[in-house]
Write a protein that binds this ligand. Structure first.
Ligand code: PLP
Length: 467
């Protein structure tokens, strides 16, 4: 809660000469047109799980951030441990170049990440860390590394990737090239995106059987066999495809991917940028299956949402091969690589994760989401409700009216950012049971208010369950 002006959902003030209008005149927002009509709210303050928003009409709303600022703010806003880490590092130095220099925050962070990374008996986990500025950049680095690895192993023709329909891996070019070729951005950049190979989406977790998983794996295996001479790696979001549709699939599929990759000399890349650090109920989504990737990307929650930072981790075998290859180095090195401020906050964030409390938090939030969202299934407009870990999804039959649902949810004290036909949430781990109740009630109410009247004309053909 906000101590002073935050109490109470709405307060009318004289409208200041519009920050929102000034924004609209000068700024781009994610996946948005440069438009005078862009719906926007100003964030005036943030604390714990709550944001204080101010609308264009001057009205203030205190809302729970049901999005954790896109999966990142897992420990809440103005977390005292993260604040202290940032302040201490500011007092030391906030940035130095990473070429030829090093510092304690980066070294400690690399050691922490390696200690956490998936590993299995006889299969050492990732041991070498490249610190990148954002999730997309870490994916770029992972893809480069895979190609360099194959070249170093004497297979320079292996320059393509096997990825999944429904996948999302970021907005930079190589990352876009492994996103879903239809729903991603391939069609906007036909001359620039490399032709990669796409396997179907794995079967949905809620309805999959060992047989459907095997049938899917057989298709993947066929594609891998047909293209192995030109493939460097398989790239997937393990267990949960996020921005491509919030699609949860069985963990057994990861073991099948591991087998296919090994059979054809492909590296296995897990993009854990959204799923990492507990979100799906295990520390990494790979841990649901005990599968160890050769390369792994993390980001988003890495700094608890304080600063932009991501990391690409790879096995010692991959690192050694690339370092001994013709180039003699991994060919990437951004200006803000290993930014000390971001690394210091990441260390504080991972320090909280290391206490292990996240497991009970994610379980509590997940139970609250499953319970609270179940009633959405009674709505005609709703096709399916699903949860995994601390992620909850209401899938509608039709595209969400994003503006109307967002505004309705705000009236119910909840910030959501729907897309396509999905109204979804991944609350901060520090959300209480009451917070989760408010989130789910707000989501269900917003869908009911905006979409139920429109849905009454349709005959429901609902399939689905809370899983
Ligand atoms: N990979 C996955 C699975 C993601 O969900 C995202 C972002 O949503 C990215 C990569 C890209 O990360 P960033 O937005 O930090 O570049």
């Amino acid at each position: 809660m906000f101590p002073a002006r935050g109490a109470g959902p709405v307060r009318q003030d004289a409208v200041q000469p519009g920050l929102i209008q000034r924004d609209r005149a000068r700024l781009w927002h994610p996946y948005a047109p440069a438009s005078a009509d862009l719906p926007l709210w100003e964030v005036e303050a943030a604390r714990g799980v709550r944001l204080r928003l101010r609308g264009e009409d001057g009205a203030r709303h205190e809302v729970i951030d049901a999005m954790s600022s896109w999966w990142s703010v897992i420990h809440g806003y103005r977390n005292p441990v993260l604040d202290a880490a940032a302040t201490a590092q500011l007092a030391a130095f906030s940035h130095v170049m990473f070429g030829g220099l090093t510092h304690a925050p980066a070294v400690e962070l690399a050691e922490r990440l390696v200690a956490m990374a998936p590993a299995a008996p006889g299969r050492p986990g990732p041991e070498r860390v490249f610190l990148a500025d954002s999730g997309s950049v870490s994916v770029e680095v992972a893809l480069k590394l895979a190609v360099q690895y194959q070249t170093a192993r004497g297979r320079p023709r292996r320059q393509r990737f096997l990825s999944l329909r429904g996948g999302y891996h970021g907005d930079t070019f190589a990352a876009m090239g492994v996103c879903d070729p239809v729903d991603g951005m391939h069609t906007a950049f036909p001359g620039l995106l490399a032709g990669n190979i796409f396997a179907p989406r794995p079967p949905a977790a809620a309805s999959a059987t060992p047989e459907t998983a095997q049938a899917w794996a057989a298709v993947v295996a066929e594609l891998a066999a047909a293209h192995s001479a030109e493939l460097a790696a398989i790239v997937v979001e393990p267990v949960l495809q996020g921005a491509g549709g919030m699609h949860a699939y069985p963990a057994e599929c990861l073991a099948l991917l591991r087998e296919v990759a090994d059979r054809h000399g492909l590296l296995l890349i897990f993009d854990e940028i959204a799923t990492g650090f507990g979100r799906t109920g295990e520390l990494f989504a790979a841990d649901h299956a005990g599968v160890v990737p050769d390369i792994m990307c993390v980001g988003k929650a890495l700094t608890g949402g304080y600063l932009t930072l991501a990391a690409m981790l790879c096995t010692a075998e991959v690192a050694t091969a690339v370092s001994g290859g013709q180039a003699g180095a991994l060919l990437h090195g951004p200006t803000f690589m290993g930014n000390p401020l971001a690394c210091a906050v990441a260390n504080a964030s991972l320090g909280i994760i290391e206490t292990g409390g996240w497991r009970a938090d994610v379980a509590r939030v997940g139970t609250g989401l499953a319970t609270g969202l179940a009633s959405a299934l009674e709505l005609e407009a709703v096709r399916e409700v699903r949860t995994i870990g601390a992620v909850g999804v209401i899938e509608l039959h039709d595209a969400v009216d994003v503006t109307a649902v967002t505004a309705a949810a705000i009236r119910h004290g909840v910030w959501v950012r729907p897309f396509r036909n999905l109204v979804y949430t991944m609350p901060p781990y520090v959300s209480t049971t009451a917070d989760t109740e408010q989130i789910t009630a707000g989501m269900v109410a917003a869908v009911a208010e905006v979409h139920e009247a429109r849905a009454h004309e349709r005959v429901p053909a609902r399939s689905g369950s809370v899983s």
